[in-house]
Each structure stands twice: as C-alpha cells, then as structure tokens.
Ligand binder design. Structure first.
Ligand code: CO
Length: 209
C-alpha cells in the first residue's frame, strides 16, 4: 500500500466535511460527549464506526484481540472507567464477530507465545460452556456459538466491575452484547438478559456502593 494515499484521502475527507459544515472541526475540538462505549475486536474487517454508521464524537472505542474484558488489563479497564465514570456513557457494548481469528486460534493445540495468556481467557469461556459447545457437531456453528458465548462472558466481566455495577444502580447504564457477521455485514443484537446475568453473579461479585 502506498501510504501517500492515506494523506490524500485525509485531504479529501476534510474537504467533504467542511463543505457540509464549515465549523465541523472547530466544533469537534470543543470536546466529546459520546453515548456509547464500544469494545470490539481489532480485526481489520470489523470497523467500529463504519458498521454502526456513527460519526466522530459519537462512540468511545476500545479494540483488542477477540474483544476481551480482562480484569487485570489496565488498558481496557482504564477505557471502561473513563467512559463510564467520566464521560458517563449510557451504553457499553461488547461486539464480537463471526470468523474471529482470535477465537479460532484460542482453540488450537499450539503454543502461541505471548498470545497464550490472552487467548486462554477464551478457553475458559469454552470450559464454562463445554457441554453446550461440545453438543454442536458442525465446526463452524460451534465456533459461531463460541463467539457469542465469549461476548456474553465479556459482558459478565463488565458486570463484575465497580464502575459498571455503580452506574447500572444509580443511573441506568445499559450493557449490550452484539455480534457482527462479516459474511453478511449484519450487526446482530444477542439480546442478552443483562439483568439475569447481573443477578447471577452478585452473590459473589457485589462490590457495594
Ligand atoms: Co476477531
């Protein structure tokens, strides 16, 4: 790829924005009040804002391999705390995607070096849901379901944090699990019962007020 193309694209993008609204960048520079925190996969085919049709300023974005929410990952936890406690987003979304290389790699009997501890969290998801997953004969269908269950477990990981528990309790923050289907372009809401998931973990994970 000739990277000069990127800068030419940028010049065209600026011109397009200014044509519609001469104060566009001036307004952007004043600050952000996004309503959504989106946690998605780093996969180059899953472009956060574009697939949601959102503009700069509308979504706070965090992406990592296989859209993981890991309690000791300072990166995702900083993003989460800043978005929920300071930007006061109303929605936190974990968006997985079918054909996720990270999810597939996690289930291979292979030493992947530094990726081992990261991807082991997906093996843990498989272990928790082993009986359901092992009952699915078709390999692709099984991976698709693992992608969905991984999204669900990352939503549970969100619910284990003080920031999310507090915001749900005091201002009605909503948590959502979505999947992007690369093959059709469709964004699918898994319609997870967050209330039920929260109730299921509070006996052990309640962090109080
Ligand atoms: Co992926």
């Amino acid at each position: 790829m000739d990277l000069s193309k990127v800068f030419a694209n940028n010049t065209n993008w600026i011109a397009g924005k200014l044509q519609k609204d001469p104060a566009y960048f001036e307004d952007l520079s004043k600050g952000q009040t996004p309503e959504i925190l989106y946690i998605g996969c780093s996969d180059s085919r899953v472009s956060a804002e574009e697939l949601m049709g959102l503009q700069p300023g509308e979504a706070f974005i965090h992406r990592n391999i296989a859209n993981m929410v890991i309690s000791i990952d300072l990166n995702v936890m900083s993003v989460l705390n800043y978005a929920v406690r300071h930007l006061k987003v109303n929605h936190v979304v974990v968006c997985g995607h079918y054909f996720c290389g990270g999810v597939k790699a996690a289930m291979q009997a292979q030493d992947l070096g530094i990726l081992n501890p990261w991807l082991r969290n997906i093996r843990d998801v498989y272990r928790i849901h082993k009986s359901e997953l092992n009952a699915i004969a078709d390999e692709n269908a099984r991976y698709n379901r693992l992608v969905e269950l991984n999204v669900q477990e990352q939503c549970v990981n969100l619910l284990k944090t003080a920031a999310v528990q507090d915001a749900i309790k005091h201002r009605g923050l909503e948590v959502h699990g979505w999947v992007f289907d690369i093959k059709s372009g469709k964004l699918i809401d898994l319609t997870l019962d967050i209330d039920h998931l929260l109730k299921g973990i509070m006996e052990i994970y309640d962090l109080g007020d």
